[in-house]
Design a protein around this ligand. Structure first.
Ligand SMILES: Nc1ncnc2c1ncn2[C@@H]1O[C@H](COP(=O)(O)OP(=O)(O)OP(=O)(O)O)[C@@H](O)[C@H]1O
Length: 423
């Protein structure tokens, strides 16, 4: 059992590639902690630094209250499982799982009993005499997990262990892995780019982008109360609507979000008003998840300032629900671009500078300028919403959409939440 603290950890690779910047994290004893982020955000680098496989170029790593930057990997009592859990091909499943115990000179009979017990927990007890090549991908991964866990490490590190498996197996195995590591009370750091895996498995999780921590919290905290636009968008499926607005405090009315051709209003009595007022006259981003907008029957009453309208452009069937895309004439924001330092590898001529992009992003489009071509990078301008059962509109229909203002998220132009984030 162990706790892990990253105190301002940086990683700059020898070629100058900055992979991790000033990461501050505490992973508690016995916790199943997930590092989530898109490809290249530095997840594996962090995991490898914790394992001692990668040098830490700045800051400190603490393991169980001791600085461990220079502790050799063998002295960290860490076990690691990779995407393709490498097994010894000429050893059976049992032979593979026995190996770490043989190396440490454990009693053979006791080791064998332990292997059989763990194999049972992993659902591979009927195949322990088989060679890895005769197993399916999922079975091989179970065996690799068994081999890693058999010597009861203090810290269990998993780098996308399910990513090579098909969707059904991934679902099955993630439930089992979560149950297994929880019952063993082994502190586990689990890397994935899959938001569903992260949300369903984690006790707590961190979202990373470009080597920087965007958010840390329980899955529920991060979903309901995201710290940044990037986090809100990364965890939203179907995608969150991110609308560009200018915020105006209007006497007698409240806080008015000017969305170009449309408006939303929050009354002064709303508990978020005192934080939002600091952005009077400034560009803001209004985040509306598809399940917080509900189509309303034409002519039905709705409180003013809480309704958007649009014309349905496309309908999508997702099995358990229908989604609709409506053209609403509202400029939208690409979460990947907001709050991101300029990426040097992209030729300057190919994209506008950060200031130009921010200005373009929040400048009101000229009347004749089509919104989707605005600012030089892709910008969808459709409002995405869920369709309530029974009331499906047709393509081309005009729809009025009631917005549940209590669940709308407000971000500044830098992508950070304006209202306080609770952790
Ligand atoms: N050995 C290396 N030398 C130089 N740069 C590296 C090295 N390993 C990784 N990087 C770079 O560091 C950054 C972070 O890589 P890392 O593998 O940690 O990301 P990741 O989030 O785990 O991505 P993925 O999900 O694709 O594995 C990337 O830009 C990557 O190209």
């Amino acid at each position: 059992m162990t706790d892990v603290v990253l105190d301002g950890v940086d990683k700059v690779y020898p070629g100058g590639q900055v992979a991790v910047r000033d990461v501050r994290l505490r992973i508690n004893d016995g916790e199943l902690f997930v590092l989530l982020g898109p490809s290249g955000c530095g997840k594996s680098t962090i995991l490898r630094m914790i394992a001692g496989l990668e040098e830490i170029t700045g800051g400190d790593l603490w393991l169980n209250g001791t600085v461990a930057n220079d502790l050799p990997p063998r002295d960290r009592n860490v076990a690691m499982v990779f995407q393709e859990g490498a097994l010894y091909p000429h050893r059976t499943v049992k032979g593979n799982m026995m190996f770490p115990l043989e190396v440490s000179g454990d009693d053979r009979a006791e080791a064998s009993a332990k292997v059989i017990e763990l194999a049972r927990a992993l659902g591979i007890n009927t195949m322990i005499d088989r060679l890895p090549r005769t197993l399916s991908g999922g079975q091989r991964q179970r065996a690799a997990i068994g081999r890693a866990l058999i010597r009861e490490p203090s810290l269990f590190l998993m780098d996308e262990p399910l990513s090579s498996l098909d969707a059904g197996l991934r679902t099955e195995l993630r439930v089992e892995i979560a149950a297994l590591v929880r019952s063993s009370r082994t502190t586990t750091v689990y890397v994935t780019h899959d938001q569903v895996e992260a949300m369903t498995m984690a006790d707590r999780m961190a979202v990373l982008r470009d080597g920087v921590l965007e958010d840390v919290g329980t899955p529920e905290q991060i979903y309901e109360d995201p710290a940044t636009v990037f986090t809100a968008a990364f965890l939203s499926s179907p995608p969150i609507n991110l609308l560009q607005a200018t915020l105006w405090a209007v006497e007698g009315q409240g806080l008015m979000f000017d969305l170009g051709p449309q408006r939303l209003t929050l009354p002064w009595g709303d508990k978020r008003a005192s934080a939002l007022i600091s952005h009077h006259g400034l560009p803001v981003i209004v985040g509306i998840r598809p399940d917080t907008v509900i189509p309303i029957a034409p002519g039905s009453p709705a409180p003013s300032g809480t309704v958007l309208s649009g014309q349905v452009r496309a309908l999508e069937f997702h099995g358990h629900e229908w989604l609709a895309y409506a053209e609403a004439g509202i400029p939208t924001v690409d979460a990947n671009e907001v709050g991101r330092p300029e990426r040097p590898q992209v030729p300057a001529a190919a994209r506008p500078g950060l200031r130009d992009r921010v200005r373009a992003m929040f400048g009101r489009p000229a009347e004749e300028e089509p919104v989707e071509e605005h600012a030089g990078h892709h910008r969808r301008s459709d409002l995405v919403f869920r369709i309530a059962p029974g009331g499906r509109p047709d393509r081309g229909d005009r729809v009025a959409l009631a917005v549940d203002m209590d669940r709308v998220l407000f971000f500044g132009a830098d992508g950070r939440r304006i209202t306080p984030v609770h952790r």
